[in-house]
Design a protein around this ligand. Structure first.
Ligand code: MG
Length: 252
């Protein structure tokens, strides 16, 4: 074979392989259409308002969906007035009557407008998914603390990607996608939990893997628990305010 013919054969082969590669590439329209029609959900009337399939946990009227953690099963002791639930410092955390696993959560909060304390002592609360995995709430507006303890941190495991905190006293929102951990019948961990979080619309946790219970004085650890657990809010002795809390259960 002469050199010229060899070059032509090589070029033709390269062209053929490229054509085959393009033919095999998946393009929109080639994916089989799912057989089940997606359910119709009516979105909230305004940004942040609950969609039609959400379970509303607090709409400003009362804390009837919640119970006390310190007086187990007793009524939630926090104060409700003017459409807002405020932590009663020292009364203990509150948790939902209903249990949840994987979920989408929307929660709005405001740190005290009168700034007192610093670091972890300033505007501290927290949202505990499944009573175990804390998404930190803190006044992190010009309030330095350890990075994986500031607002939006998965407590002591993942610092937020950015600090999207508003000023003290201003209303803020977390939008959360949480996937529950899974344990087998013997209680062995088979899948870790994950968090994705938007803080005031800004992505701050991008599908991070939870290493276990978010303890303040122990390394994270997993301990088998039910497939669904209550959602809880922390009393960290600051008069934090909450409004507009809703949740949508997700299939695993
Ligand atoms: Mg906290």
């Amino acid at each position: 074979m002469s050199l010229t013919i060899a070059r032509r054969v090589f070029a033709c082969t390269a062209l053929l392989l490229t054509t085959v590669a393009y033919a095999q590439e998946r393009v929109p329209g080639q994916v089989p259409n799912p057989t089940k029609e997606p359910a119709v959900v009516t979105p909230g009337t305004t940004p942040g308002a609950p969609p039609s399939d959400a379970t509303v946990l607090f709409d400003g009227k009362d804390l009837s969906q919640w119970v006390s953690q310190s007086a187990a099963g007793g009524p939630a002791p926090w104060v409700v007035a003017d459409g807002v639930a405020t932590v009663k410092p020292g009364s203990g955390g509150i948790q939902t009557k209903q249990a949840f696993g994987s979920c989408q959560l929307h929660i709005e909060f405001a740190t005290p407008s009168v700034v007192e304390g610093s670091s972890q002592g300033r505007g501290n609360s927290g949202v505990f998914l499944m009573n175990n995995y804390e998404l930190q709430i803190l006044d992190s507006y010009q309030n330095p603390t350890y990075f994986h303890g500031q607002a939006g941190a998965i407590y002591k495991q993942h610092a937020p990607l950015v600090n999207a905190s508003r000023k003290p006293g201003e209303w803020q929102a977390y939008d959360v996608v949480f996937h529950a951990p899974k344990f087998d019948a013997d209680g062995k961990l088979i899948q870790r939990a994950t968090f994705t979080v938007f803080h005031n619309g800004v992505l701050i946790q991008d599908h991070v893997i939870v290493m276990g219970v978010t303890s303040h004085d122990k390394p994270p650890y997993y301990e088998a628990h039910a497939a669904k657990m209550p959602l809880s809010l922390q009393d960290h002795h600051n008069p934090m305010r909450f409004r507009n809390i809703w949740i949508r259960e997700l299939a695993d």
